[in-house]
Design a binder for this molecule. Sequence first.
Ligand code: ZN
Length: 278
Amino acid sequence: MRDLSGTTGLLSLNTATLGPKRTLKDAVEGCLRHGIEGISPWRDKIAEIGLTEAERMIRRSGLTVTGVCRGGMFPAADAEGRRLALEDNRRAIDEAAALGAACLVLVVGGLPAGSKDLKGARRQVEDGLAASLDYARSAGVSLAIEPLHPMYAADRACVNTLGQALDLCDRLGSGIGVAVDVYHVWWDPELDGQIARAGRQDRLLAYHVCDWMVPTADLLLDRGMMGDGVIDLPGIRRSMEEAGYAGLCEVEIFSANNWWPKSIDEILAVMVERGKLL
Ligand code: ZN
């Protein structure tokens, strides 16, 4: 496993970590001030300044783009909704290509409004992935399915384990893999084995870190800073690296009450400090 002591770590900043009010410029400049090597922008932050300006700013910074967040959200109540979702995914692929991102992160979507058909939603996800994959391949963008914790199956993602995501990848072929986010998968008794499986197939495209707080006050917006919760982060990173993952550790913390109110420099200073303990 790579030794992080005495370094600024192997960190990438997911722009969500700074909170919704901070701009892409804030994030890029913060990374440069704190020696953070990578960035992963959410698309709303790209849209605020436009893709051309975002591309110029990131390329000039020299930061590695570990991902673009996010595509996905495939299931819809009707054909028009599904068509719009595919269209949006093609735009997301274009953005990831323009930024030279290591992958486009996919939060695949949950149940359409009013539906109880989970199996149907999962079929729609697979269809949506299949329909997007050729476009992604031709754009040179890898698609990264991010399995989400099962508590989000209804409203965000009905792909909930790494094993389930990798089964999809097996059926879909090349150009698609997984984003491993510790917040979503740390509890999975099959985690190590599935990480190893993903590594053997060259499907480990991104690694997202934060921590699981006990108690968790809000299931969406109370993620912890690494070290403040109960996730065995060194253990999971060891599994990732033994499986061949050599990329950065992307810090993605949604924390409305604890971290987002702090100054950018405080968030990033703590992130870099904790990054040495990953
Ligand atoms: Zn994530």
